[in-house]
Write a protein that binds this ligand. Structure first.
Ligand code: BG6
Length: 503
């Protein structure tokens, strides 16, 4: 497929150019955008990092990344030859003004060669400690042009509310909000974008999308992977900061938001902030009743023995960090008053799956004889984000036969069965949007802060009260028993799908 929507000539400067994110996600995404004709004719990708490398060394690394991780498989020789002409490497010391001078020279050279002023996208795929120094140096070296410069900030945006506010303040002293692209890669997933399409392009849903018809909502992002090599980052973070503050709250916003009046980026982000603002604040007592945490112990996964969290590399052997969290949220507005939103996420769980389930209220009156209803189930709408990409509406139907027996059946829309085109990766969508200047799928400063505000009481309570029973769930389980209790107290249970995991 070739696009008609071409972006302006663009220079990408990727900090962390030799890092994992670049080889696994960014480079394959840029390559696929190139293959499908989304990149402008004039573009260059400058990887930068501390390691001294030649351009050819860098190209070798990028090719390895593409060959291992691109959804389009190994790069074809001719396509790679074309693409790699646009790749460069610059060794850098991000604290040193010289580094930025060199970027300046490269930018000027490209502009002269292309006869235009290119957009410059600084992609910060580095540890968050370096965000401020890079932003400040871009500004000091006069590399900041309000019309041409964009800065992409990877997660985590802040470690808590105060640090997020401080980072926003620093960035907004240098850049305009329209130049700042805060990544939450969940928003780039096709199935996540489809939540808006599904809700706001279908008139039949709106009348029932509220407290009158919906009993409760579950948002569950479970992973089989442990923290593996990311112990140094994860041990200072945990499931609340790593997943709930961003990905899961964003999913919740998409389910709960009001209809925007247009597809304008700020309009959509305003509607999402409205949800975050309406969410019930946690008192210390609410934290005790409505938030549970867990940490995985050792166990077996797919026939292999796996270490407990505290035995993972670069993790404190007495760590109090949660690798699992389950929270009951409420959205205090007219649409959602009294409807619980149960959210859970964790590592080393039985299944890798991201699923949103909307459970509808029961019928007001049962007309069938008792035996007909043995496998009675309330209607459910199941939005499966990954690995299965589908939406299922579960309804009651009559089983074939002379008796009147009912059971739940699925009405299914699934991407694989419906479309033949392959879905792009989240980073393809997000990188293209950055080039085109579309911020709809990026986090605005106030959104990030409001999400931090909401979870701070939980983080503070957990920090002040060490969990005495960690580790409290074993690998390949569904998490700690207290997570079952959290939802069982309200008469519900966590739903799981009989789907095969990718990981
Ligand atoms: C990242 C988290 O943001 O999302 C990881 O830092 C997590 O800990 C990952 O594994 C999950 O993303 P995905 O796309 O695999 O669901």
């Amino acid at each position: 497929m070739y696009s008609t929507l071409k972006s302006q000539p663009t220079i990408f400067i990727i900090f962390g150019g030799t890092g994992d994110l670049n080889s696994r996600k960014l480079a394959p995404a840029l390559y696929n955008l190139f293959l499908e004709g989304w990149l402008p004719d004039d573009f260059s990708i400058i990887g930068t990092g501390r390691t001294p490398l030649t351009d050819d060394d860098f190209k070798g690394k990028i090719l390895e990344g593409i060959n291992s991780f691109s959804r389009s498989g190994k790069a074809a020789d001719d396509k790679w030859a074309e693409f790699s002409k646009h790749l460069y490497y610059q060794v850098s010391d991000i604290k040193d003004a010289e580094t930025y001078k060199e970027f300046g020279v490269r930018i000027d050279n490209h502009n002269a060669e292309w006869g235009t002023k290119a957009n410059v996208i600084y992609y910060l795929a580095v540890s968050p400690n370096f965000f401020p120094i890079i932003a400040e140096n871009i500004s000091k070296s006069n590399l900041q042009d309000p019309e041409k410069t964009r800065i992409v900030i990877e997660k985590p945006f802040g470690h808590d509310l105060d640090s997020a506010v401080a980072l926003n303040k620093l960035l907004s002293g240098i850049f305009d909000e329209k130049q700042i692209y805060r990544i939450d890669h969940y928003l780039g997933k096709q199935t996540v974008q489809n939540i808006m399409a599904f809700r706001f392009a279908n008139a039949i849903l709106e009348p029932i999308w509220n407290r009158n018809y919906i009993e409760h909502v579950q948002i569950s992002v479970t992973e089989q992977l442990g923290v593996e090599e990311r112990g140094d980052y994860y041990d200072g973070s945990g499931a609340m900061r790593d997943m709930i503050q961003n990905h899961l709250l964003q999913l919740l916003c998409l389910v709960a938001m009001e209809s925007p009046v247009s597809f304008d980026a700020d309009e959509i982000r305003n509607r999402k902030v409205d949800v975050l603002k309406a969410m019930r604040k946690f008192t210390p007592e609410d934290v005790r009743l409505s938030a549970v945490r867990g940490q995985y112990g050792s166990g077996w996964m797919k026939g292999k023995e796996v270490p407990g969290y505290r035995e993972e590399p670069k993790v404190d052997p007495e760590s109090n960090t949660e690798t699992f969290a389950a929270i009951k949220f409420f959205v205090d507005n007219w649409r959602w008053q009294g409807v619980p939103f149960y959210v859970r996420t964790g590592k080393r769980l039985h299944q890798s799956a991201s699923v949103i389930t909307i459970q509808f209220k029961d019928v007001p009156h049962l007309v069938f004889p008792t035996e007909a209803n043995e496998s009675w189930q309330q209607n459910r709408l199941i939005i499966s984000i990954q690995p299965e990409m589908s939406i299922r509406l579960q309804v009651q139907a009559k089983r074939p036969g002379l008796d009147m027996y009912l059971n739940a059946v699925d009405m299914v829309f699934d991407y694989k069965g419906t479309y033949t085109t392959e879905a792009p990766e989240a980073y393809e969508t997000l990188l293209l949007d950055t080039m085109l200047g579309d911020q709809t799928l990026f986090m605005r400063g106030d959104q990030v802060e409001t999400a931090w505000e909401l979870i701070m009481p939980i983080l503070n309570a957990w920090q002040g009260r060490k969990s005495l029973n960690f580790p409290n769930y074993s690998a390949d389980s569904w998490g700690p028993e207290i997570a079952e209790a959290l939802i069982a107290r309200d008469g519900f249970h966590w739903f799981t799908l009989p789907i095969k995991s990718k990981k």
